[in-house]
Design a protein around this ligand. Structure first.
Ligand code: MN
Length: 199
């Protein structure tokens, strides 16, 4: 079955002033759409059409680069939109406990920002759940922790896109400023749901 571009669960302006509306419109409507369209082309008429997106990620080493890059792009952006947009929310419940066990929210932000800033070129910084604990890692390109050969383990519950297309219009070369700003628009309720589902 063909994959489809999910609707953005809020307006393009919802993450202002931290992420500008024009960036959101181009990022969702053009970049994410291109990953979906190119994934559909890459799997057309193959066995991969029968797999869910998540199963495709877990078995990605069986497929060519076009499936990896565009399938990863579709999975990563689908997650990304949902973990943003609840501006000013805070971690609660079991997720808040796990963040405390990690060293606290400020430590988590520091580690994620460091992972995102250190990623040379394009990629993602991730928060994963591995054996009930929170871990931070980074992947290149459109790889993600569901892929078995990235060195990033566990179930991703939060991720930050550090491709230049995610921030360049507003932040130009200042990736660290973008990383600092994005924490203002995290949807912690959604991250908490993903955390509990991953346990
Ligand atoms: Mn992107």
């Amino acid at each position: 079955m063909a994959h489809t571009l999910p609707n953005l669960p809020y307006d393009y302006t919802a993450l202002e002033p931290y992420i500008d509306a024009q960036t959101m419109e181009i990022h969702h409507g053009r970049h994410h759409k291109a990953y979906v369209d190119n994934l559909n082309k890459a799997i057309e008429g193959t066995e991969a059409e029968k797999l869910s997106l998540e199963d495709l990620m877990k078995n990605i080493t069986n497929y060519p680069a076009a499936v990896r890059n565009n399938g990863g792009g579709h999975y990563n952006h689908s997650l990304f939109w949902t973990v943003l947009g609840n501006n000013g929310s805070k971690p609660s419940g079991k997720l808040a406990d796990a963040i405390e066990a990690f060293g606290g929210l400020e430590t988590l932000k520091e580690k994620v920002n460091a992972a995102g800033a250190a990623r040379f070129g394009s990629g993602w910084a991730w928060v994963c759940v591995n054996n009930g604990k929170i871990e931070v890692c980074s992947t290149p390109n459109q790889d993600n922790p569901l892929m078995p050969d990235t060195g990033c383990n566990g179930t991703p519950i939060f991720g930050i896109d550090v491709w230049e297309h995610a921030y360049y219009l507003k932040y130009q070369n200042k990736r660290p400023d973008y990383l600092n700003a994005i924490w203002n628009v995290v949807n912690w309720e959604e991250v908490g749901k993903r955390f509990e589902a991953a346990l």
